[in-house]
Design a protein. Sequence first.
Length: 260
Amino acid sequence: MTDPTYQFTRAITRRPGQSVINGLRAEDIGTPDLGTMLKAHASYVAALKSTGAEVIELEPLENFPDALFVEDTALCLPQGAVLMRPGAPSRAGEVAEMVPALRGCYDDLREISGPGHIEGGDILVTGREILVGRSDRTDAAGVAELSKIVSDWGHVVREVVTPPGVLHFKTDCSLLDAETILSTKRLAASGCFEGYRVLHVPEGEEAAANAIRFNALVIMAAGFPRTAEMLDRAGFDVVEIDNRDCAKLDGGMSCLSLRF
């Protein structure tokens, strides 16, 4: 049996636009270069397609500089999709822009109505549960509303805490298979992954923790050789993507696609 936690037939991505230079960032470490981002984004899409998946490529949204980070707009599950309610006010309009694409893929489309907030970057779906990290972008009310929605589909939500100074829960972790999680030591130290097999990213390579398992591949940011070697030794087929410019906007591998 294939495992729906990392076996996908479709993905949705959105190309960055010229306004991406105005994207949100926790710390200004430089202005991203659109040309370099487009090349990296094309490599990312090619990696997804190489597994046989259909990739829906959406046009840039110049009114929303962060719109390439589509993962924050929705949670895609086998039974249906849930529209998020972003905690960053400037990103709220991105959700409505995603609706047409999701309606073309799902019969059951629900939404977080508020007053709480929740973003997809704080949600990790494993083989047994949905972990949701409280963060500056996701609050208790948002988690509670999501829990009620997905319980109708037989899913269980467990709320966990994102470390201070970390934007999203998945900034520091990713799913490698149904029972294996790649994590920073600071996140794993909270005990949130008890019962799972945890692979810790080496010290100094914390940014490598945000990767995606997509069918046979683990797609990770380039420039973290010890993490890549560790994953290779563990038997994973690794593809490395240039993430230097997305990182200037606090973005990573999971942020760039909705996978289902």
